[in-house]
Design a protein around this ligand. Structure first.
Ligand SMILES: [Zn+2]
Length: 162
């Protein structure tokens, strides 16, 4: 069986057993922005279940234009008022430069490398907090997930001033 066929075979069992969630609005009114790293099971790590949160993933879990696009919809259309930005230990974007990543990939892109997790989280939170179109957001937290222990460290929090 090819790896694609394995997915389709697995889906047959899933579709038969799954719970149906009728409402597209995340029940916990939360969105989690995190890295695409295969070692992070976002729902299990944070005690989330189907239908409860938006999960937006990219390399590094950085706040890119596409994350802003998604969060504009999350917050303005789908009721999200809380965002968690979660970076992690041993991330491929930590401790490297844009130049090194351009050489490694052959892609002339901005990769949002991470020099210091706490500083990068504060930078990304500030970026979210300043966007007028994200005004429904009341709270933004910055976490670091440890891929070895599975523990989350709460390193930054922002609350919209009353
Ligand atoms: Zn990563």
């Amino acid at each position: 069986m090819t790896r694609i066929a394995q997915l389709l075979a697995a889906n047959k069992g899933y579709a038969a057993a799954r719970a149906n969630v009728a409402d597209a609005r995340p029940w916990r009114r939360m969105a989690v922005v995190t890295c695409m790293d295969a070692r992070i099971d976002v729902f299990a790590a944070l005690g989330l279940h189907l239908g409860e949160a938006h999960v937006i993933r990219n390399a590094g879990g950085r706040v890119t234009d596409d994350v802003l696009r998604s969060l504009a919809l999350s917050s303005q259309v789908l009721g999200v008022d809380t965002v968690v930005v979660m970076q992690h230990t041993k991330c491929g974007l930590a401790g490297v430069t844009d130049e090194e990543l351009r050489t490694l990939t052959g892609a002339d892109l901005g990769f949002f490398p991470i020099d210091d997790h706490a500083a990068a989280l504060r930078e990304d939170i500030a970026l979210l907090a300043e966007k007028s179109y994200l005004s429904p957001l009341k709270m933004i937290a910055g976490f670091i997930y440890d891929v070895e222990s599975g523990e989350v460290e709460d390193v930054a929090v922002w609350e919209r001033p009353a």
